[in-house]
Design a protein around this ligand. Structure first.
Ligand code: PLP
Length: 392
């Protein structure tokens, strides 16, 4: 099986597995217990916090551990609803994952404004500035993901963080797709950051939340003294240690291999364009994650093509695991709009997302692209392209 659904989840990194087993054997006690044997659990928790905080560039006290990005994003939405001035508004981008979109709209009903994306699927800072200028009741927060899970488009979170700082507005980025694929450094400059370990080879059920250095104290889940009284629940120490190990390993790999990964995706994209000129790569005009290739197939049906790919031994998706089964239009495609995409008619349902991993090979990419081309031709009866001409 050629696995191309890394934006949905990744297998455990060997370093994470080793750290998880080690911690499960040697630091399994409850870190809140008072007897001496629990010291190693407490120490491992503190050490893991320091290591992750150092990579992200924030003080360890700002970093809390959660059970994933969904939990962290929901906790953030509930916190803002509690502490933000009444009637203040949250600005979220039009391409946020449902666990931001739905949790913000639930926690702050009628107080969410969407910042639009451009034709490449990028939230431009001017758009956020215009949103902020248009508010009459103040901003509770601006939330823009670091990289799109659907198309991989990179968002200018560094610029947005400084823009928001200059306006005194808290800035949050959901770095679930960024972390482990691009350097973590600088994320600590954002007031709030959320992410999930399993997206980069850590275990499932483990995530992180960076909180601001000042402002109203964060209160997540209640009912226990954990995380300095800010987020209750017995810490998943083995998973936290494994997440730290996975992130460190990914940072080392990124430093060495990023250019190669980018080149592999570039070659695959060229192969696709040459043989299937009808395919439209979402976000092609923007900087994207090195692993993501989201393709709109005019007249195609994304779900059916993903099914055909699976039969050909390629695991792909229609955009996001969370909407993959529903047949809905990928959020980023709807946000860009058919007109801005330059696609006539009703092309919007035919998206296929290929998201590769750190060890995906050239042969894997070639197999995936060939399967995609074959499935699309079969589906919409496109004429075969003369390969000698196409590969010139
Ligand atoms: N945010 C983004 C951008 C994601 O891609 C995902 C997962 O697809 C999540 C949040 C939710 O992550 P989890 O299901 O691990 O909580």
């Amino acid at each position: 099986m050629h696995y191309f659904d890394f934006n949905a989840t990744a297998p455990l990194h060997p370093a994470a597995r080793a750290a998880w087993l080690e911690a499960s054997d040697s630091a399994w006690h409850n870190p809140s217990s008072l007897f001496a044997a629990a010291t190693s659990a407490r120490e491992l928790l503190a050490e893991s916090r320091e290591r992750v905080a150092e990579l992200l560039g924030c003080a360890p006290e700002r970093l809390l551990f959660t059970s994933g990005a969904t939990a962290a994003n929901n906790a953030l939405a509930r916190h803002l609803a509690r502490v933000a001035p009444a009637e203040s508004v949250a600005i979220i981008s039009a391409i946020e994952h449902p666990c931001i979109d739905v949790s913000f709209r639930t926690a702050m009903p009628g107080r969410v404004v969407e910042a639009a994306v451009d034709q490449h699927g990028v939230v431009q800072p001017e758009v956020v500035t215009a949103c902020l200028d248009s508010l009459t009741t103040g901003a509770a927060c601006v939330s823009v993901m670091a990289a799109s899970n659907e198309a991989g488009t990179l968002q200018p979170w560094q610029n947005l963080a400084s823009l928001c700082r200059s306006r005194g507005v808290p800035f949050h980025t959901d770095a679930s797709q960024w972390l482990g694929k691009l350097p973590a450094a600088g994320l600590g400059e954002c007031d709030w950051v959320t992410a999930s370990a399993h997206k980069f080879g850590g275990p499932k059920g483990c995530g992180l939340l960076i909180t601001p250095a000042g402002g109203p104290p964060f209160r997540g889940d209640r009912g226990g003294p954990q995380e300095g009284g800010r987020h209750a629940g017995t810490e998943n120490i083995a998973a936290i240690a494994a997440m730290a190990a996975a992130l460190e390993a990914r940072e080392r790999e990124i430093a060495i291999r990023h250019a190669d990964w980018l080149a592999l995706r570039g070659e695959a994209e060229q192969r696709l364009r040459a043989q299937l000129p009808e395919a439209h790569v979402v976000g092609a005009g923007a900087e994207r994650l090195w692993n993501t290739l989201a393709v709109l197939l005019p007249g195609g049906d994304g779900k059916k093509i993903v099914g055909q790919l699976a039969r050909a031994g390629v695991a792909a998706s229609t955009g996001s695991a969370c909407s993959g089964g529903s047949g809905s239009i990928p959020r980023i495609v709807a946000a860009i709009g058919a007109e801005a995409l330059g696609l006539p008619g009703d092309p919007l349902r035919g998206m296929v997302r290929l998201s590769s991993g750190w060890d995906t090979t050239r042969a894997d990419w070639a197999a995936a692209i060939d399967a995609l081309i074959a499935a699309t031709r079969e589906k919409i009866a496109l004429p075969a392209v003369d390969l000698r001409r196409a590969t010139d």
